[in-house]
Design a protein around this ligand. Structure first.
Ligand code: SAM
Length: 286
């Protein structure tokens, strides 16, 4: 039997997940709350109006996005302390996950306003649910847009003994996947989850080494919204391996591969052949 519908309670903040594509992915409970709150705060009121109209909801809307979140949050908290019920929705998926919402939640908690999650769609959960991975994972969200910062972030993530989950936009998908390959190596597997829940949904898994070719094979493969899931490393990089990589990075700026490997072997005490192979790989990275 279904639980009894419960309308929004006075003086309460509801953080409501909305669909990430398919408008039918809105829970019954989300509908109950969105229909009964006094006010809906939305990341973009125009975007949300489509969803709300599709479900016959005509609520009072106020915009709360990354540029006004602190100021609007303060006003909404005052409304809730005066007894109003409020729902917050972002453009798609779960608020607070690579979306605004955290400041509002912080302000509500500081104002001792009860906060209730209304769970539902999120691209990270949808992608993981079809990844076939059952170990630990880390949700990274968007990597930095600047190539040097992105590569540095990936170098920091490389040794972690878990799968990595990223969000990416179409205009950066090729550069991002090229950096994943260069920094994480070709053997880890990549799940590309594109346009989840939408008409052209596509889920493709391959070794990272094959991913650039898959993207290049068809213009459609580079369109839409992406979640990328990289499997955990086979073995965790040891401190010695990390040191060797750091030393080679510096030497390769000035020296050819063979000489850099020879010097690195003297500096780190590592094997010359292993360091040569590593240096060769590093040299081929974009
Ligand atoms: N809060 C949202 C959530 O819970 O998933 C994420 C919002 S974030 C601003 C937007 C990013 O999420 C997109 O660039 C994409 O990486 C990912 N995303 C959102 N919808 C998606 C979909 N239908 N398919 C694949 N990725 C999606």
């Amino acid at each position: 039997m279904l639980d009894t519908p419960q309308p929004a309670r006075a003086g309460t903040l509801y953080i409501v997940a909305t669909p990430i594509g398919n408008l039918r992915d809105l829970s019954l409970r989300a509908l109950d709350i969105l229909k009964s709150v006094d006010l809906i705060a939305a990341e973009d009121t125009r975007t949300s109006q489509g969803l709300l109209a599709a479900h016959g909801i005509h609520a009072r809307l106020v915009a709360l996005h990354e540029h006004n979140e602190a100021a609007v949050a303060a006003r909404i908290v005052a409304d809730m302390r005066a007894g109003k019920s409020v729902a917050y929705i972002s453009d798609a998926g779960t608020p607070g996950i690579s979306d605004p919402g955290a400041k509002l939640v912080g302000a509500a908690r500081a104002g001792q306003v009860p906060i209730v999650p209304i769970p539902g769609a999120s691209a990270v959960a949808a992608a993981l649910s079809v990844s076939g991975l059952d170990g630990p994972w880390l949700f990274v969200g968007f990597l930095p847009a600047r190539a040097s910062a992105r590569r540095k972030a990936l170098d920091d993530l490389r040794p972690l003994p878990c799968a990595l989950v990223f969000y990416e936009a179409p205009h950066r998908i090729e550069a991002c996947v090229a950096d994943l390959l260069a920094r994480l190596g070709g053997e880890r597997r990549l799940l590309i989850a594109r346009e989840l829940t939408k008409r052209f949904e596509q889920i493709h898994q391959c070794p990272l080494a094959d991913a650039p070719a898959w993207l290049a094979a068809d213009d459609d493969h580079r369109r839409g919204e992406f979640v990328l899931v990289v499997s955990a490393p086979a073995a965790v990089e040891s401190d010695d391996e990390r040191e060797a990589r750091q030393v080679l990075e510096i030497l390769l700026e000035e020296l050819p591969v063979r000489q850099a490997a020879q010097l690195a072997a003297r500096i780190t005490g590592g094997r010359k052949n292993t360091l040569y192979d590593l240096a060769l790989n590093m040299k081929q990275e974009p």
